[in-house]
Design a protein around this ligand. Structure first.
Ligand code: HEC
Length: 178
């Protein structure tokens, strides 16, 4: 019994050493292509997406969601969105910017942003960003109220057609109004 356990221990250590060396070889050889133009292989994509979704869900649980959806709040959220988010998350009826086309993973268009996400999750993502994607964190530069404004806007925008977005664009002046 003892000899089986020590044999297993030796094999495990050997496997770890070989695995570690193989990992180092991949890292230093340059064989792994980090270009944004390369599509991740399906298993890697699955690992990344599953990890990301679980991380967001578990961290968002503790967030207390305030009442959302007042007109001023949605309009302030629109100003923030137009200024900081629209270049990546294409609004309805608009053509994606050159930057949005070069990102990997591709940023979802405005209409698809809230899909399967709670308000707390939308807030957490906007606050903290998502590492290994182009999604920036906004808490270093904004207070919670601004972040809730943009969450309220994203939620309200799900039903927006191109004409509704354009009408807001014409009507809403830059700068927050509280
Ligand atoms: C530089 C481009 C860029 C900017 C600017 C940007 N985002 Fe993102 N965003 C991304 C990318 C890339 C993702 C990740 C997409 C994925 O997970 O596949 C993302 C993901 C998200 C998600 C999660 C969507 C989902 O289904 O997982 C939300 C919500 C979001 N962004 C909101 C915002 C808000 C609000 C702003 C502005 C305050 C903003 N983003 C600005 C690129 C950007």
């Amino acid at each position: 019994m003892k000899s089986i356990i020590s044999a297993l221990a030796i094999y495990t250590v050997a496997a770890l050493v070989v695995g570690g060396l193989a990992g180092l070889a991949v890292m230093y050889s340059g064989i792994f292509n980090v270009a944004a133009t390369v599509e991740d292989a399906a298993p890697l994509k699955w690992v990344l997406v599953t990890t990301r979704e679980a991380a967001i869900q578990s961290r968002a649980k503790a967030i207390q969601v305030p009442e959302l959806g007042g007109t001023t709040q949605v309009e302030n959220g629109f100003r923030f969105f137009r200024q900081e988010c629209a270049m990546c998350h294409t609004p309805p009826g608009q053509v994606g910017t050159m930057m949005s086309k070069g990102l990997n993973p591709a940023p979802p268009p405005l209409a698809g942003l809230v899909e399967d996400m709670t308000d707390a999750e939308l807030f957490w993502v906007t606050e903290n960003g998502i590492r290994f994607t182009g999604m920036p964190a906004w808490y270093p530069t904004h207070v919670d109220r601004d972040l809730w404004d943009v969450v309220a806007f994203m939620r309200a925008a799900t039903a927006m057609k191109a004409a509704d977005y354009e009408a807001l664009d014409r009507r809403i002046l830059p700068g927050p109004q509280h």
